[in-house]
Design a protein around this ligand. Sequence first.
Ligand code: NAP
Length: 255
Amino acid sequence: MATYLVAGGTGVAGRSVVAELVRRGQTVRVLSRHAATPAAEVEHAAGDLITGDGLADAMDGVDVVVDTTDGKTRATRAVFTTGAANLLSAARDAGVSRAVLLSIVNVDRGTFGYYRAKTAQERVYAEASVPTQVVRATQFHEFVPMLCAPTSKLGLIPAFTGTRFQSIDTSDVARALVDAAHEGTVSPDPIVVGGPQVLTMREMAAAWKASTAARGRVTSLRMPGGMGAFWRNGWNLVPDNHFGTVTFDQWLAGR
Ligand SMILES: NC(=O)c1ccc[n+]([C@@H]2O[C@H](COP(=O)([O-])OP(=O)(O)OC[C@H]3O[C@@H](n4cnc5c(N)ncnc54)[C@H](OP(=O)(O)O)[C@@H]3O)[C@@H](O)[C@H]2O)c1
């Protein structure tokens, strides 16, 4: 049995990684800035990747690090660069045997700020002295509802034209990350995991509206900018890869 540090273990993906590790009988410590809900089988270490506070203590006795941190705003994005470098240097000092990073399918083809920051994070991992493995996933099932919910209250549920998603359940992403953490070797190539089906954003928005009884009309819009182009090019898809087992409808039904 190994000891795993899940950096970002209080987040959407991180909580699924913690659950998967507990299910597999591993020792789990969560690292995040804020105290987690206490759970008997999981330790919590308070630490900040950007300042480096708490990282050395958090690494004590750790064999493997899984990084599911996020910096959604420009102000918090340094978690991908300074933060990743601090995490990996603390991991090296503690003799950690491997670190696994959660990233995004085709992230290096994106020209917008968030993807550039994630690509820089992958580079930090590639150059680390600790052996590392990147796992790239398609969008989570939570992603389209997150786009739809805010404006639905104002009567509009966006359905970006020419846009499809191959969304994946975070339990499937967690399975891939924990499998990668268990592998005997690491590869410079990312492991890629996609969801079980490709759906148009309109189909997903309509299914979300039906299952939540959200207000608002599903409305076709053109997403401007680099992100819109990325989606219309289908770069967010890996249609031959159906690692995920839980469909979007099943996820909606289980909420
Ligand atoms: N959403 C998608 O569709 C998708 C698809 C593929 C890959 N991904 C990737 O998956 C990763 C996780 O996304 P998510 O939506 O699960 O994120 P999330 O729910 O926002 O969780 C982020 C986690 O990072 C921790 N964190 C943030 N800044 C930190 C810092 N400075 N020091 C320590 N911990 C910090 C947060 O805890 P505290 O706030 O308590 O510190 C939290 O536990 C991201 O890197 C994202 O790019 C997302």
